[in-house]
Design a protein around this ligand. Structure first.
Ligand code: FAD
Ligand code: UDP
Length: 371
């Protein structure tokens, strides 16, 4: 059997293209993953105690894109959920992103919005141009708060000083003058009602889609007849690391289950000043599951392991650009996703990227002849 598309990776990047090609263009698709499950890094499952957990760390869905939310809503119902995070700082648990509540609680104050603006004015140091992850934070809240909330966390997470990382990394966590404790402010914020894996079951259920797990692309690329390839694995591996290895940061996820209904008051607690882990997340807060026990996950950032985080900095972008040039010379191979395009993307950005790639490929298809 000749497949129209061989798709490498069963995460959102690959699965969205698979679904679109199968359902909109009647293409025959084979989607493979070297892991033993679908869903990529969003894979969730019920652990031995019956608690729904995310194998590769907590995944909270949020987007401003109506198109992405409408698209995904075909494959799942939703549980409305707005994530909140506390940071363990100076012996207190205070809201992060830094907002009016954070400052009032941390310093025992009762500032108004205007007074908060004035307070930050006394703290912040104007930096221009803003290039690094240190610049972003110093420019908005100053060095004292930077050291409490960002410096240690970033060092743990990336094994780099914030001054060595692109501004985009810490810019993900903006400062607010109001009392909004939510981690995200996107228009659409929700969790798939029955989890991500169930969502992927539906997404990949089209009869034109064949799923093959426990299958590494390198092992089958020459034996499976196919016209075109969509590749969502690490782009440097595809090209045999010919320009060197793109750095990725990995995480050691450690799970613990307690014989109690609730472990912590909010979904996630961050540890910017202490501990070897960056954060603790309690899954039931995200999923809304009712269960007499509860499971948490600690995230220990590590050098070796699955490639979870592309590392946004100039020299890595330059190496990626070289791989991109090789990719451009392969008209029948298309790269998408967090690893395929070496971008620190959230789920919704990956879905949008694959929907865009689909539209481009569809537009380039030769229409069937009139006779
Ligand atoms: P992946 O999900 O990584 O899928 C790629 C797949 O390709 C993998 O399953 C891999 O096994 C497979 N593969 C790779 N190479 C090969 C090969 N040679 N042969 C066969 N298969 C191969 N985003 C959010 O929006 N909200 C969050 O709260 C959030 N939290 C996150 C927390 C953590 C700890 C991490 C690491 C990421 C988080 N993300 C979050 C980001 C989210 O995981 C990604 O945006 C999204 O899952 C990327 O989808 P993808 O399909 O590009 O990649
Ligand atoms: N960050 C930080 N302190 C925090 C939260 C985040 O220093 O309490 C920085 C850190 O560099 C982190 C980045 O901001 O890697 C992005 O945080 P986010 O929570 O978006 O990371 P992710 O969920 O992608 O791991």
């Amino acid at each position: 059997m000749m497949f129209d598309y061989l798709i490498v990776g069963c995460g959102f990047a690959g699965s969205v293209i698979a679904e679109r090609m199968a359902s909109q263009c009647n293409k025959k698709v084979l989607i493979i993953d070297k892991r033993n499950h679908i869903g990529g890094n969003t894979y969730d499952y019920y652990n031995e105690q019956g608690v729904l957990v995310h194998k590769y760390g907590p995944h909270i869905f949020h987007t401003n894109s109506r198109e992405v939310f409408t698209y995904l809503s075909r494959f799942t119902d939703w549980r409305p959920y707005e994530h909140e995070v506390l940071a363990s700082v100076d012996g207190q648990l205070v809201p992060i992103p830094i907002n009016l509540n954070t400052i009032n609680q941390l310093y025992g104050l009762n500032l108004s919005v205007d007074e908060m603006a004035a307070f930050l004015g006394t703290q912040s140091e104007k930096v221009a141009p803003i290039l690094t992850s240190e610049d972003v934070v110093i420019n908005s809240v100053g060095r004292v708060l930077y050291e409490k909330f960002f410096k240690g966390y970033t060092k743990k997470q990336w094994n780099l000083d914030p001054s060595e990382l692109d501004a985009s990394v810490t810019a993900r966590v903006p400062t607010r003058l109001n009392k909004d404790n939510r981690y995200f402010t996107d228009t659409y914020q929700a969790m798939p009602l029955h989890g991500y894996t169930r969502l992927f079951d539906t997404l990949l259920s089209h009869p034109n889609i064949h799923v093959m797990l426990n299958t590494d692309y390198e092992e089958v690329k020459d034996s499976i007849p196919h016209q075109q390839t969509i590749y969502t694995g690490p782009i440097d591996r595809f090209f045999g690391y010919c320009y060197g290895r793109l750095p990725y940061r990995s995480i050691d996820f450690r799970f613990e289950t307690f014989d109690m209904e609730s472990y912590q008051s909010k979904g996630t607690v961050n540890f910017p000043m202490s501990q070897l882990y960056t954060r603790i997340t309690e899954f039931k807060k995200l999923t809304g599951q009712h269960h007499p026990k509860t499971t948490i996950v600690y995230e220990y950032p590590v050098e070796q392991g699955d490639p979870y985080y592309p590392v946004p900095r100039k020299e890595n972008q330059e190496m990626y650009n070289k791989y991109c040039q090789l990719a451009a010379a392969l008209p029948d191979v298309h790269f998408t996703g967090r690893l395929g395009t070496y971008k620190y993307y959230n789920m919704d950005q990956v879905i949008a990227q694959s929907l865009t790639l689909f539209k481009k490929l569809k537009a380039a298809m030769v229409p069937p002849s009139a006779n």
